[in-house]
Write a protein that binds this ligand. Sequence first.
Ligand code: LP5
Ligand code: MN
Length: 263
Amino acid sequence: MWSSRKPKSFNKLALPEGPAWLASDLHLGADTPATQQAFLGFLHKAADEAATVLLPGDIFNVWVGDDTIADPPHWLAEALAAMKAAASRLPLYLGRGNRDFLIGQRLARELGAHLLPEVVLLQTPRGPVLLSHGDEYCTDDRAYQRWRAAARNPLLQKLFLMSSLAWRQDFARKARAKSMQVKRGTPLQIMDVSPDTVDAALRESGASVVVHGHTHRPAHHVFAVDGRRCERWVLPDWELDHAEPKRGGWLVIDKDGLRFQDL
Ligand code: LP5
Ligand code: MN
């Protein structure tokens, strides 16, 4: 639960002056060519118009280890080249989601990007903004939190990463299939963030704005915590290959505040 995992102090990140662009839940893979093209367009535009890009998780549909980049499939090579090009023009921050939490320093180094801590307090012109992937707020989803705790175990991760790439890819395919099956039987409300957990995070961090992705329920919520006006901005997922209408977009944070930018 959030409070029992309460960090003693929050990692802070001062954003450089100028607009920060945030996008998550792109779920890139071999079967998402249209989503990938939209992402490449986003990075290209960001390099011209933004001062920082933050990608707080689930950039990839699944990530089974940084050694994937030694011999990447074509789609991945293309995505990595675009991220590297963007990172050569502005700071690029990679967060880890529930599908790509095995992203590590090797990938970041290769791209010239920086890894984000699990939860980070962004210092923005509009005050502190609490940023994370969002799955840590889904504390009513007990089955997921059990899996999450196991999958974040450093020893299990080490063992997993020691097995062959083919075995890991096969495991990931089975885990994805299992997840999709379990989700079909789980009420949407259980899979959403727990309001109490979000309130606790806002209380503990002192921020009045929280930004996350993961739930695929983009929105701008305004509510009160202990009488303090708070906001929760939920980033959209990107899906331009398997859904109509196509969807995706990002959040801009600059001196004028926060706003969504549709694709
Ligand atoms: O991702 P999504 O949107 O489908 O659903 C998530 C939750 N599910 C997950 C699981 C991921 O999709 C799978 C990620 C694979 C990572 C590969 C690396 C593995 C490394 C291991 C290192 C030790 O995150 C889902 C939530 C939903 O979000 C909403 O929040 O509900 O959670 C579940 O569905 C709960 C299930 O219990 C999760 C089951 C995971 C699979 C268990 C392993 C089975 C493997 C079988 C092999 C024989
Ligand atoms: Mn996610």
